[in-house]
Structure formats: C-alpha cells, structure tokens
Design a protein. Structure first.
Length: 429
C-alpha cells in the first residue's frame, strides 16, 4: 500500500459513517436534511478537501453567513493538516491561504464565502450550499449556481437544518427532482454512530420545546409561523373556580407589564400551591399615568401581600421599575429588561407550566381573555435561524396580560413543591 493510500485510510478513520456516506456520494446532485450539533460542517470541510486536494477539482462553499463560511474553511485547513501528519504527499504545500480561499501547489482549491447570487456566478467547480434553508435569497443562488454545475462535470451538494415548511429547501427536500440523491441525519442517527453529543444539553438549547427539537434535531419541517401554546393546553388550564380565601399555604407572586400609550399596563397575581400555579387576579391599567399606577399597585400589594413582583423595565417602564425597587426593595421587586433572551425565558417558562398541566386559569372571562392572548403568541424562526416569540399588536394591547402572567410565573419559579406545602390541587382535571 502506497503512502497516499495509507494516509487516506487513516484519515477516513477519523470520520463517522454518515460523514463518509455524504462526502463519497457518487451522484452529481445530492441533498441532505440534517440535524444541528452533529458536526456536519466538519463533514462538509472533509468533502471539500477530498474534492480539492485528492481529486484536484475546484470547490466552492457558499454558507448562510460569513461566520459559517469562515468556520468551514478553517475546518478544511485542519483536515489538510491531519492528512499531512498522516503522510499524504503535498497536503501541507499551500500556495494560497487566506480568509476565503486555500489552494495547493499540486492543484486543487477551496473557496468559502457567504452566499450571494454574485459569488455563485463568480466561480466554477463543485458547489456546496451550506445551511441552504437559511440563505437570504435561495432561489437566486440556485439560479446562479446550478447552471454553472450543468455546464461542466461539476457536483452540487445542498444541505441544511429545516427552517419551516416553506421555502426552496423545503420544496426540494419534499419533492426531490429526478437524478438527486437524498440523505437525512437526525441527532439520534449521529449519536448511534458514536458522535459525542449531550442530548439533554442539545434539548436545553431548544428550551425543551418538542416542536423546536423536532425541527433542529429530528429533521422535521414545521410551520415557520406557529402558534406556540397549543389551544388544547390553554383550554385545559381553564379549570379553576376558587378564590384567594380557598387557598391555604400558598406563596403569592405578581408580574407587572408596563404600558403607557398604546399597550396596556397589566398586573397578574398567581398563587403557588405545591407544583400548581393559580391565577388569582388580572388588573389592567388603560393608558394611565405612572403616578396613578404606583398608587394602584400599592393598594393591590396590601390586598395580596405577594412575596415577589417582577416588573417590565423596558423603555418607558424602566423609571417605574426603578422607583418600585427603591420603594419596596430588591428582595421583593425584580426589574426585568426585555431582551430576546429574557423574552424567550419568560415565554418558554410559561410553556413548561402549561405542558406539565400545572397552570390554572380562571373559568370566567378573565381566564378566557388570558387564553386568547396565549393563542396569539407565535414562534417564528428568523433568516439567521434564531427562534423568536412574537404577538400581534392591536387596540386590546400586545398580549400584555399574558406577558404579565409570564412575569408572575417567573417569580413562582419552575413547577415544584414550595415551602414544604403538600396540599392537593384544588382542581386536577
């Protein structure tokens, strides 16, 4: 066995079976629906090195962002270093080595760039369309890149994590054209082949949302604009006809969403008994001055005697939140500035209460209004692949009651027994 063949065998031993199958796919055109967190960029880089260094074919990698293209090229350089260490001739003889390209003295080059129609037209060679579902204009990129491949003996590789049941990648994966090979690699597939992924940590990144988990890790295409809280869960939660007097051993927690001009200001108070959270009251303030809101909050504080108050401290609300912290202390009042991260924590926190059937909304119109607002929350995946949670604005506010409820549940914490209370739930159905 010659030196080059031996080096290739050793290098092949560093790859997982699904990676080898992908980079050695014989079809000219191939598509892969793949999970996140499984090292697919590592496989892409290996495939590009195989095509460029071994077969002397130019390789063009177009990624969804500049960071992703830089990452793939860096991985390609590392593959070349490994091949050089194993003794593959010429693997370390680079004549071009910069932020977007590597080329070898003996032939072969890899160009990695953020995707755009212009860059797709500027090069010839085997084309790798990385995270294609997240490209800003996938149709134009397809129209620019595919004809180049058809004019020569070039190969096209299209691969991505799903990004909703719409768009060109979804159409291609669902109705693959004749002559295309299809691959699919879920997180469980990769783990079964030995990829060292912490499944629980991966699920935590998706906030344990089963629908997001299915899309990120299960190769399933879900609606990109999806009602986040299932209607059945919200209706199930409307199961309480009790009152403050009927709850013993409870800890009370309040949430206050601040509005001043268009949106409502809303206070929601919940009682935590065992692992159950009961909505005791919903109080709205329609476009009133903050001074009046502070007076009303003081009266409600005396009536409920809550333990914690989480307050919206975003924009106009920052001043009111600061004043409440000064008046009542940090042990009681927590100012919450709304950021994408904090909003996700609030929205997914309420999801966990609902999914575990531990939230109780009133059966009356108050509970119905909360449920209606909960139904307006949408899970939206951005072009960059980020999950966002949004609600439409209207004359009735901006899901302000639900936001206040999420703040109150933040104070109550995750569903768990509290202060040794072991009381049975007032309503269990």
């Amino acid at each position: 066995m010659d030196r080059a063949t031996q080096a290739l065998q050793w290098w092949r031993g560093t790859l997982y079976p699904y990676q080898i199958q992908w980079i050695t796919e014989p079809a000219r055109f191939a598509l892969c629906v793949k999970s996140r967190q499984i090292g697919f960029s590592h496989a892409t880089a290996a495939g590009a090195v195989l095509g460029a260094l071994i077969h002397r074919r130019p390789q063009v990698i177009l990624s969804a962002s500049e960071d992703l293209s830089a990452e793939v090229l860096d991985k390609a350089k590392r593959h070349a270093e490994v091949l050089a260490a194993f003794g593959y001739p010429g693997a370390n003889r680079l004549v071009v080595d910069n932020a977007t390209e590597v080329a070898w003295k003996d032939g072969g080059r890899i160009v990695a760039l953020p995707a755009s129609p212009r860059t797709a037209r500027s090069f010839t060679g085997d084309v790798w369309l990385d995270e294609f579902a997240y490209h800003l204009d996938p149709k134009k990129i397809r129209d620019a890149a595919f004809p180049i491949a058809l004019r020569g003996d070039w190969r096209v590789r299209v691969f991505s994590t799903p990004n909703g049941a719409t768009g060109l990648f979804y159409d291609m994966a669902s109705r693959l054209s004749r002559g295309w090979a299809r691959h699919e690699v879920t997180l469980d597939d990769a783990i079964s082949e030995g990829v060292p992924v912490d499944r629980e940590a991966a699920y935590a990144l998706a906030s344990h949302d089963e629908r997001v988990i299915d899309q990120w890790y299960g190769c399933k295409f879900l609606d990109g604009d999806l009602q986040y809280y299932p209607t059945a869960w919200l209706e199930r939660a409307r199961a309480w006809t009790g009152s403050l007097d009927s709850i013993e051993g409870a800890s009370l927690h309040a949430g206050f969403d601040v509005g001043r001009t268009r949106d409502l200001s809303v206070l929601v108070v919940v009682a935590l008994v065992g692992r159950f959270a009961y909505v005791l009251g919903v109080h709205t303030f329609k476009r009133t001055r903050f001074a009046e809101q502070r007076k009303a909050l003081a009266k409600l504080r005396s009536a409920y005697d809550w333990e914690t108050l989480h307050v919206d401290a975003t924009g106009l609300g920052s001043q009111l939140a600061e004043e409440l912290v000064e008046d009542w202390g940090e042990d009681e009042v927590t100012a919450v500035k709304f950021t994408p991260e904090s909003k996700e924590s609030l929205i997914t926190g309420a999801f966990r209460w609902l999914s575990s059937n531990a939230l109780r909304l009133p059966k009356d119109e108050t509970g119905a209004e909360l449920a209606r607002e909960g139904q307006t929350i949408r899970r939206v995946i951005s072009a960059a692949g980020n999950v966002q949670y949004v609600a439409p604005s209207g004359d009735g506010g901006h899901a302000d009651r639900w936001t206040a409820l999420c703040l109150a549940l933040k104070g109550a914490g995750e569903p768990r027994p509290t202060r040794g209370v072991s009381a049975s739930p007032l309503v269990t159905s």
